[in-house]
Design a protein around this ligand. Structure first.
Ligand code: SF4
Length: 279
């Protein structure tokens, strides 16, 4: 018999992969949710394409594999169709910051009530080592010139500037904190993004850097200017302190709430038109 919320599918992740930390964090969150009386059938997991996506095979909850880069709009559609569902979206850094970049920015802009967990190992692991938008400039992958690739962008800054109402950063080597950040993202009403610095044990293992430079951020997460400052503390390219924790947490109406208002207005319009037509 499989253990609670784990399927009996054979796990094919490499030993030491950071995906395990995210899998077990989610498993514990779901177990606790059930213990507290939550209906786990109302949780839906959407994944993209990449090593991260196999988490849908291993977690015994409602889940769907989406297309490469399209997990976020897929998750948004599920949430809009049934706002009573709790929608989690696991994506990779290549998956969401390259192929699906516009989708994640627009979900943040709209404040769709979904939780996006980015498994950011800063490499395309499944296709054995191409560089991604967060690979540092000295990364020598299979598809960039030998003297390195472009400068990485900072996804936290990008998401803040796009209007995300909740942003956190965790690290797969600090599981207890990671679990609390994912839980906080899921409890947040509105778009939440948890950027997870993840070790790719086979193609890009930055354990030494993360162990040395990550620290627990306890600054003001309610102020956008402070959040931008915290997000900019590390540029994804150099060796400097890396804040982990909730970077930004604010409240505004969600897309689903505004969508309901539009529907009400449409209903009023329809009634007025029918009245005008005498029907
Ligand atoms: S290639 Fe990297 S990300 Fe993929 S399973 Fe192996 S360690 Fe994990």
């Amino acid at each position: 018999m499989p253990a609670d919320f784990l399927t009996d599918a054979e796990n094919t992740w490499c030993p030491g992969c950071g995906n395990f930390s995210i899998l077990y964090s989610l498993k514990r969150i779901i177990e606790n949710y059930k213990k507290e009386g939550g209906d786990t059938k109302k949780i839906v997991l959407v994944t993209g394409i990449g090593c991260h996506a196999k988490i849908a095979d291993y977690l015994d909850i409602n889940s769907v594999y989406s297309l490469h880069g399209r997990a976020v709009p897929f998750a948004s559609g599920i949430k809009i169709a049934d706002p009573g569902l709790k929608v989690i979206c696991c994506v990779g850094d290549g998956d969401s910051y390259a192929e699906g970049l516009e989708h994640i920015l627009f979900a943040a802009k709209r404040n769709t009530d979904i939780t996006v967990i980015v498994h950011d190992n800063r490499v395309y692991g499944l296709t054995i080592g191409q560089y991604t938008p967060t690979s540092p400039s000295d990364y020598h992958g299979k598809t960039n010139p030998p003297d390195g690739c472009d400068l990485p962008f900072n996804p936290l800054k990008l998401m803040l500037c796009s209007g995300a109402s909740f942003i956190a950063r965790g690290y797969t080597g600090k599981m207890k904190q990671l679990e609390s950040l994912i839980k906080a993202g899921m409890d947040h009403k509105g778009f939440s993004m948890v950027e997870v610095l993840q070790i790719c044990a086979s193609f890009y293992n930055k354990r030494d850097l993360y162990d040395k430079y990550t620290y627990e951020y306890k600054g003001d997460a309610k102020t956008a200017a402070k959040a931008l400052e915290a997000a900019g503390e590390w540029d994804y390219n150099s060796e400097s302190p890396i804040p982990l924790g909730i970077i930004y947490d604010s409240e505004r109406k969600t897309f689903e709430e505004r969508f309901k208002d539009i529907k009400k207005d449409n209903d009023k319009q329809k009634t007025a038109v029918l009245k005008y037509l005498g029907r």
